[in-house]
Design a protein around this ligand. Structure first.
Ligand code: 0FX
Length: 245
């Protein structure tokens, strides 16, 4: 008997995993999977409707309980960073929407559109550093000149699902080779993202550079890029790109 905990704040991903497990139940015989969302999630309703319960992965008592009960913990886009105690005590796997070691951290595709580093998804063992650790499975996705952040993100999410479809059983059973990332790569935090959002209207650069910045900050309804009016009010903007057929 093996107990697995999946912590996710991403409805499409966790519902994909639940369906995968349900339709391949013979592969998961002897495996019990519990599903949780993180306690800091402010809009958990859709996750609760899938049967997920709340866990505070930062609480020492929750961590002690998880260590006792589970032999594998999977983060499928969890909002909380796993504490060192947890990753050093139980096998922890992260499903990350970026191509490690490039642009680890926040919103990898946003930074990849700007700095042109590769993007995709990575399933890796967790260590104490963010989005670091031995790589188990990866898939790169292309970035086109007409993509916004949302276009690339949707491509990455499809790639995550493809990898999970092929390898979820391997992850649970430990059927994989661990690859050491060939370099530490680079990391972007939320403050780097916020700095990009604050547009400097006097910035001088090529039009290509400016279009890249704006499309990297265009993601559906999110109000990311802005400039300030003379009355110190924010004006949000995003870019709409349409490639002719
Ligand atoms: O599932 P996820 O990609 O993010 C989750 C966690 O919320 C996040 O904290 C964690 N680092 C990640 C691995 O898993 O969904 P999301 O809605 O938070 O973000 C999805 C994309 O939406 C992101 O790549 C860029 C875009 N976005 C998100 C926010 C919150 C924006 O453009 N602006 C924003 O303010």
């Amino acid at each position: 008997m093996m107990n697995v905990l999946i912590v996710s704040d991403n409805k499409p991903l966790v519902s994909f995993i639940q369906n995968l497990v349900a339709s391949n139940n013979t592969d998961f015989q002897g495996v019990t999977i519990d599903y949780c969302y993180s306690a800091i999630n402010k809009k958990p309703e859709s996750l609760i409707s899938l049967g997920l319960t709340s866990v505070n992965i930062k609480s020492e008592t929750s961590v002690a309980d998880i260590i006792k009960r589970y032999s594998l913990v999977i983060s499928a886009h969890c909002k909380q960073i796993f504490p060192a105690k947890l990753v050093n005590s139980v096998r922890c796997i992260n499903i990350h929407p970026g191509l490690n070691p490039h642009n680890r951290g926040w919103f990898p595709q946003v930074f990849s559109i700007i700095n042109r580093k590769p993007v995709g998804c990575t399933i890796h063992l967790m260590n104490e550093d963010i989005d670091d650790g031995f790589i188990l499975f990866q898939k790169a996705v292309p970035v086109f000149e007409w993509d916004t952040s949302l276009d690339v993100y949707e491509r990455v999410q499809r790639a995550e699902m493809e990898l999970l479809e092929r390898h979820l059983v391997d992850l649970v059973l430990g059927n994989y080779q661990e690859k050491v990332p060939y370099e530490k790569g680079n990391y972007n935090g939320i403050s780097d993202f916020k700095a990009l959002c604050r547009l400097d209207l006097d910035h001088v650069g090529s039009l290509r550079e400016h279009i890249d910045l704006l499309r990297a900050l265009s993601h559906g309804q999110f109000k990311n890029a802005y400039f300030k009016t003379t009355e110190n009010k924010k004006v949000f903007l995003s870019l709409n790109l349409e490639k002719e057929i």
